[in-house]
Design a protein around this ligand. Structure first.
Ligand SMILES: [Zn+2]
Length: 481
């Protein structure tokens, strides 16, 4: 190749430029997964998230090119997980970042194993109460439950082969908890919990903080049925594991044992007081913005970072930025505003709820940013969503949601009920808004750099609040008719 003197100069400049780029090597970082992470055997893929500086540098992962955000250098992509060790190597020029993760091998299940289905936990019941004994194993066997010294034959279900059950009531009180196991011919015996039968169980008294102690429809699970006040005395009818079963009226309520103490001799209540007593059913009805106190709750804080984005930016900071913008806009429109935090500090979930109750707030808005689980590609699910739990919280979310959705620029998943600690507050209409996905490169970029969208979100919340005042007014009038 022959060079003119002009191209020789150009070549020299280019060579100089190449040397300069070499001097400032690209920097590749992997933010997720963490090096050394272990995934369960059932997880077949994970997202890999990180960034490269400068964003113009080409990146490959195990030889495959990686798409990079043009402004931040952020990237996210999916990678299959093989059993055992998986090496993820990102290369840009002559620099690389390596992350080694493990996917657990499946644990082989013995063909002759029995899985206890009921009475897995120590259980207490009333004398004469029917107790279900259920276990799962191979079909077509003779299977028994042993309770104390007594053996009870179980029947196999015609609809569900391999499921064996029997119901039985104990007429007499047991002196102490009886060990329970399930066994059968050619099957390994499975030890389960214990069974304790009594005529009477001592009353219990609630001694945990209100709005944290919950009545559940099932032990440790199920729906939230209410929030008992400290000092409430309840009739108990047994237990399962570390949950006590209480009977009020004709309904069972489960409550964590840690939040109770025995209250022998104290009379139990016949009715559960409504925890929203003292709070108006339509708190905002007929009020002007100056009468309305809104508690704005920037999620996470301090050591609780919340979700993390490709360049390492944190949800707790995103939440504070967005929450502050909302608070300012509400104040400008005449609303009274309190924050659960204004700095980067840790605040407990129930502390946030109690603050709203203490202030007798009219509305509580929790500000969050979303992220996907490790096995889900955030590029495919990036959306906008709002949550409430009870009717009042869902009503507030429904008023705020459409305006915010209109400016979000991402797909709209609507208002959904969700049993979240900050949404369950029975005293204050409470909702939680997930503004965008932080673990998606464009989402992270927009959250921290699109200040006009942040302002538009804040204005949409103001509009929604004004709309909510009108809705509350209409609902109140309709209820009075
Ligand atoms: Zn969050």
């Amino acid at each position: 190749m022959v060079m003119s003197s002009y191209s020789r100069i150009a070549f020299a400049i280019m060579a100089l430029a190449a040397v300069t780029v070499n001097a400032a090597k690209p920097k590749v970082s992997i933010r997720f997964p963490k090096d050394g992470a272990t995934f369960p055997d059932g997880q077949t893929q994970t997202y890999v998230m990180g960034n490269v500086i400068p964003p113009s540098a080409a990146v490959t992962c195990n030889g495959e090119p990686v798409a990079v955000h043009p402004k931040t250098g952020g990237f996210v992509f999916m990678r299959e997980l093989q059993y055992g060790v998986n090496r993820i190597e990102l290369v840009s020029g002559d620099v690389s970042a390596v992350c080694t993760v493990k996917r657990q091998l499946p644990v082989p299940k013995a063909a002759s194993a029995i899985s206890p289905y009921t009475l897995r936990e120590p259980t207490g019941v009333m004398t004469g109460e029917s107790v279900r004994l259920v276990c799962l194993t191979l079909p077509g066997r003779k299977v028994y439950a042993k309770v104390g010294k007594e053996s009870i034959q179980l029947q196999e279900s015609a609809d569900h082969p391999g499921t064996y059950s029997a119901s039985r009531a104990w007429k007499n009180t047991t002196e102490k908890p009886l060990p329970v196991s399930y066994y059968g011919n050619g099957l390994e015996t499975a030890e389960a919990g214990t069974l304790e039968v009594r005529n009477e169980w001592p009353n219990c008294e609630v001694n945990g903080p209100r709005y944290e102690v919950r009545f559940r429809s099932l032990p440790g699970d199920g729906d939230t049925l209410g929030f008992p006040e400290t000092g409430l005395v309840l009739k108990t009818t047994g237990y399962s594991g570390n949950h006590i079963r209480c009977r009020v009226g004709d309904r069972d309520y489960w409550i964590a044992r840690d939040y109770t103490r025995t209250a022998e001799g104290k009379p139990a209540v016949n009715e559960i007081p409504d925890p929203s007593t003292g709070f108006a059913p339509y708190p905002a009805a007929g009020k002007k913005p100056r009468d309305i106190l809104v508690v704005i709750d920037p999620g996470h804080g301090g050591s609780d970072t919340g979700a993390i984005g490709p360049t390492g930016r944190m949800e707790k900071d995103a939440n504070l930025l967005q929450a502050t913008a909302i608070g300012k806009a509400l104040k400008k429109a005449g609303f009274k505003v309190e924050y659960t935090r204004t700095k980067d500090v840790a605040v407990g979930l129930y502390e946030r709820v109690r603050l709203a109750v203490k202030h007798h707030a009219d509305a509580f808005i929790s500000v969050h940013h979303n992220a996907t689980a490790a096995s889900t590609d955030p590029r495919e699910v990036r959306h906008f969503i709002s949550f409430g739990w009870n009717e009042r919280g869902l009503g507030l979310a429904a008023a705020l949601h459409p305006g915010i959705a209109a400016v979000s620029g991402v797909s709209d998943r609507g208002v959904r009920p969700n049993s979240l600690a900050v949404c369950r507050n029975p005293a204050v209409p409470s909702c939680l808004i997930e503004f965008d996905f932080i673990n998606e490169p464009e989402g992270e970029y927009e959250i921290f750099n699109n200040t006009s969208r942040r302002k538009a979100y804040a204005d949409a919340v103001v509009k929604g609040m004004l709309q909510w005042l009108g809705t509350a007014e209409r609902e109140k009038k309709a209820a009075e008719k």
